[in-house]
Design a protein around this ligand. Structure first.
Ligand code: SAH
Length: 378
């Protein structure tokens, strides 16, 4: 989108602000370039990689397989940084939300959703979002910029720090899965998202496998195949409506890439099978998309795609022009899909009390700031 500002992915040793450059977000080739720059053999990049992405070290002094002089040299020019946490809140259901600030003072939110024996991290790809889906609060934000690969990987590393999960455990524990379902449209920031996910998937580093990563898109059709081919991650589609008329109104990107084109891209998504299905997300909006007729049309729409459906009860936000469907309506909708042979679980809202649920992100930070200002003024 034209309004999104593209962040550069390879940082020079010293940034424009004079701060030391961050090594987080650099891929193997770029770490080799750092070593070459320091007159070091390239293989040392592998050791550095191990310390940064497998061990989670942030202090060069801890990198004991590197010579002392090299550690000093690195410390002179670089940092292994993390985004700054401005707010850290925990829901009564255990969901944790961080508001993170980057060097230019822009902020995003990142949410950890724990389950009994695993946990997912909901990662943001942009500050704000250009899509303006009518039920999503992130879409009401005016300013939008892409996150750099460093800023995306930084969210994962920060969560690992907070969960105390370094060195990377074999199957992840509380951070076993990643969902690219935070703020922003990941396929409008494809290059940085792809670079970040490749770093996250590398089995000698953070090592979260592509089978445990889900990328959610509102339907940037031309990028779907590429994401499948290059990344092989699970795909989730924010479908939300079964006719172009309704989808045009609530997910405006539909005017550009209508349902038929979107479904074609889904059918062609590389690597699909019964064991590897596309997740269709469907937000339940009272009186908008929740009739038995909608359910029947949805079943028809996905009949030739290995699919599962995730019904999301609408999460309200201040001034939102929708209401959530009633529990009975949601149940009936889910049952119809189930009877047609589809898994259609209703997504349990997590972290609603801290505005961390789907579609609520960012809003809290704006509100908090306003109330903090008000408090300061009195
Ligand atoms: N831009 C991507 C990533 C966002 S994922 C995408 O659209 O897929 C966030 C998911 O939550 C999407 O399925 C989105 O449509 C859904 N969502 C947005 N606002 C919501 C709300 N208020 N209640 C429930 N789900 C919402």
């Amino acid at each position: 989108m034209s309004t999104a500002v593209h962040a550069t992915s390879f940082a020079p040793p010293v940034t424009a602000t004079g701060a030391a450059a961050n090594l987080v977000g650099l891929d193997r080739t770029e770490l080799e370039a750092v070593m070459t720059e320091l007159d070091q053999p390239k293989f040392r990049a592998r050791q550095l990689w191990h310390w940064i992405y497998h061990r989670g070290a942030t202090d060069f002094d801890a990198m004991t397989t590197l010579a002392k002089e090299l550690r000093a040299l690195l410390a002179d020019r670089y940092v292994v940084g993390r985004p700054t946490v401005t707010v850290d809140r925990q829901s009564i259901d255990g969901t944790r939300k961080w508001l993170l600030k980057f060097d230019d003072a822009q902020e995003v939110e990142c949410v950890h959703i724990p389950e009994e024996d695993r946990g997912a991290l909901c990662v943001s790809s942009q500050v704000g979002c250009t899509l303006t889906c009518k039920f999503c609060h992130t879409g009401t934000q005016r300013l939008v910029r892409n996150l750099s690969a460093a800023e995306i990987v930084g969210q994962v590393m920060l969560a690992r720090d907070a969960l105390g999960e370094w060195p990377s455990p074999p199957d992840g524990r509380q951070l076993s899965n990643i969902v690219m379902m935070g703020m922003g449209e990941p396929l409008y920031n494809y290059e940085n998202v792809a670079k970040a996910l490749k770093i996250v998937m590398d089995h000698e580093g953070i090592a979260i496998s592509k089978r445990r990563i889900t990328l959610s898109t509102a339907g940037v059709v031309p990028m779907i195949e590429r994401a499948g081919k290059e990344l092989g991650v699970n795909l989730a589609i924010s479908l939300h409506a079964v006719t172009d008329e309704i989808r045009d109104a609530i997910v405006p990107i539909n005017k550009k890439y209508p349902i038929a084109e979107l479904m074609r891209a889904c059918r062609d998504y590389p690597g699909l099978s019964n064991a590897r299905r596309i997740t269709f997300e469907y937000v339940m909006l009272k009186g908008v998309n929740d009739t038995p007729e909608d359910a029947r049309a949805l079943i028809k729409l996905i009949e030739d795609v290995p699919a599962k459906v995730n019904l999301i009860p609408f999460n309200a936000w201040p001034g939102a022009p929708f209401e959530c469907s009633t529990p009975e309506t949601i149940e009936r909708f889910s049952q119809m899909l189930f009877d047609a042979g589809y898994a259609a679980p209703v997504r349990t809202p997590r972290g609603r009390d801290i505005m961390a649920a789907c579609g609520q992100l960012k809003s809290e930070s704006i509100r908090e700031r306003a109330s903090a200002r008000a408090a300061a003024a009195t």
